[in-house]
Design a protein around this ligand. Sequence first.
Ligand SMILES: *Cc1c(COP(=O)(O)O)cnc(C)c1O
Length: 459
Amino acid sequence: MEKQNILRNIPKVDELLNHPALLALDLPAGNIRAAVREELETLRGQVLSGALDVLPDKASIAAAAGERAKREALPSLRPVINGTGVVLHTNLGRACLSRRAVEAVAAVAGGYSTLEYDVEQGCRGSRHGHIEELLTQATGAEAAMAVNNNAAAVLLILSAIGKGGEVAASRGEMVEIGGSFRIPDIMTQCGCALREVGTTNKTHLYDYENAIGPETKALLRVHTSNYRIVGFSERPALAELVELGHKHGLPVIEDLGSGSLADLNAFGIHDEPTVQQSVKAGVDLISFSGDKLLGGPQAGLILGKKAYIGQLKRHPLARAVRVDKMTIAALRETLYAYLDPARAREEIPVLSMLGEPPHMLHSKAALLCQRLMGQGCAARVVETESQVGGGSCPAQALPSWAVAVDPGKLTVDGLETALRRRERPIIGRISQGQYLLDVRTLWDEDFADIETAVKEVLQ
Ligand SMILES: *Cc1c(COP(=O)(O)O)cnc(C)c1O
């Protein structure tokens, strides 16, 4: 009886919707109405279960509904602070674009553009034209094009070149990238038969040669970007494979995966081949990702001989995997930076993060640590290791510095959760019982947010 009385006093939806706290919200009406309904439903549930025997006043209910509406209005795709030290974190969006690339995207996104329009001639232009010359200039390749991602690039290449025949590939390179992208399965999908050659650890040139027959359409090389076979292992040099292919009139295709245009040796990364090396070796078609070591947008870049690239551009699948204007804008700026290697290292976040010297990272960590201590938090600067990520350079740990944040009255897991569930989530790493923020992947602008968040979470 008592409960029925309380329930009857719960305000009506429309009554609450007219409350100033909710009228002031700049959110879609449907969003607010749904939040009010849910808030009232929650109250009803609490009354029925006996958890609530005095109703909050109308202003408090309206305020709670407002908070709920704001929470629900947050897009699920939103910026985070990456304190993991993983530079190419696939779950956190891989490469961060350069400032110029971001501006270029914004410039074309909201209006009309020359996407497929030749302003000189006043007629239809080519979507590929915006980046082809930059790619060929940067790599020495004859021709180039971009598609939606590298998986699409491999799909297009194998469909155009291998369909109805056999493609020979080493057993040591049967790569799975994740998300069901596996070389053998992709081959099936493209209508070509995989001809496995060699063994897991050793594949010789003669293994390829013995496999070549009337059905053979191409030789495929796959960069084992996310694992390494070490020890008693061998595979032919790329140039040898190219020579063999050409002797038999067969194209050689290479899925380079990460595809770096920059020499990463200066960053202490020694086992990552460059795109230029593959072009120089004479590979007929090379593909790689735009958002891995290149440091650009999600894209698949394809380089190679003019005749083959032409064949790909005309293939029906090319339309299905084509890139949009925003991707092209970002790619153009990213590739443009590579015309000057020093500029690329400075402007492209992936390169500047990978190339940040340890003493600079130490100063950055010391600064963040000081700021957190200024908020009454116990923090320490600790040595750590960052990862390249994105399935690139798996054997390579980069010496780095992090701030270990003391969880205070929380547990380490509790601290991690609280920071992760914020409007702008902070993603850290727990290592050996410590909560770490690796400063390699933090922007200076993140510091203020981290400071506020840590203060609020620990108080
Ligand atoms: C990452 C990768 C791919 C897939 O590239 P996406 O751009 O993520 O589609 C394909 N092959 C190799 C070897 C890779 O490393």
